[in-house]
Design a protein around this ligand. Structure first.
Ligand code: ADP
Ligand code: MG
Length: 237
């Protein structure tokens, strides 16, 4: 075991503003790691840097000890990285099942893609919508499908950007159980989320970002009472 993902001193400058300012974190295999912080803190930008959509001005991203800072997103996907987007990025004209199949075909070839997809449809209880095109789905359900698609690639590192937004209480609880199960299977899960009950219940470790810097990290019990975190973020949630 050990850290699968190391983000080291990453800075991203947008037109003179530092969206990220020397930010670093780690995500371990078999664990759910939370990334929280106020709107505009840099969470989605950090996901862009980790997934290869944005090159950092300075800093490094290591996956399984290898420097992947210069690899493009598809090469990173081949090395086991998958993500979801805060704004949804499904293939709207394709059915739920076909969205999942596209991802499953890209994953490891150990199992048939159709079998992998059938399992995920079972696990996320998506039978009723499996043949619907995704552009007809309400947002909450579309988010579940986006998570399902990321899982279909059977990633070693799964990045989730506000996956519980638009979910009701029951869906969120089921989702938390799913994240635990993925971690128990050995996946490293990195979760950006504003639902603090979900974050505090499901995460093993939490990193707090504010104005592009990591201002605290530790287990949920410590983060919940950290004075700096309360002042910057949790006091408002
Ligand atoms: P979060 O996901 O934590 O809400 P973001 O990573 O989306 O934060 O944004 C961090 C900062 O970077 C914000 O100040 C935002 O306005 C800025 N930003 C994000 N994307 C861009 C972009 N493409 N161009 C310029 N500024 C951006
Ligand atoms: Mg964001």
């Amino acid at each position: 075991m050990g850290s699968l993902l190391h983000v080291d001193e990453v800075t991203v400058v947008f037109g003179g503003n530092r969206a990220l300012d020397g930010a670093g974190l780690r995500a371990e295999r078999g664990a759910v790691t939370g990334l929280i912080g106020p709107n505009g803190a840099g969470k989605s930008t950090l996901f862009d840097v980790i997934s290869g959509l944005r090159k950092p001005t300075t800093g490094r991203v290591l996956l399984d000890g290898r420097d992947i800072t210069r690899l493009n997103p598809s090469r990173r996907a081949k090395r086991g990285l998958a993500r979801t987007f805060q704004r949804l990025e499904l293939f709207g004209r394709l059915s739920v099942r076909d969205n999942l199949l596209v991802a499953a075909e890209l994953g490891p070839k150990r199992r048939r893609a159709a079998t992998v997809v059938a399992d995920i449809i079972d696990r996320l209880e998506l039978h009723a919508v499996a043949d619907a095109t995704t552009d007809t789905l309400p947002t909450g359900l579309a988010r579940q499908v986006e998570v399902a698609r990321a899982i279909a690639a059977r990633p070693a590192l799964l990045l989730l950007d506000e996956p519980a937004a638009g979910q009701d209480h029951t869906e969120t609880a089921r989702f938390g159980a799913l994240l635990r199960a993925l971690a128990d299977d050995g996946t490293a899960v990195l979760l950006v989320e504003h639902d603090m009950d979900l974050v505090m219940n499901v995460c093993d470790e939490v990193f707090v970002l504010d104005l592009g810097k990591v201002i605290a990290s530790g287990p949920p019990s410590v983060i919940r009472t950290d004075e700096t975190v309360l002042a910057a973020y949790l006091g408002e949630v």
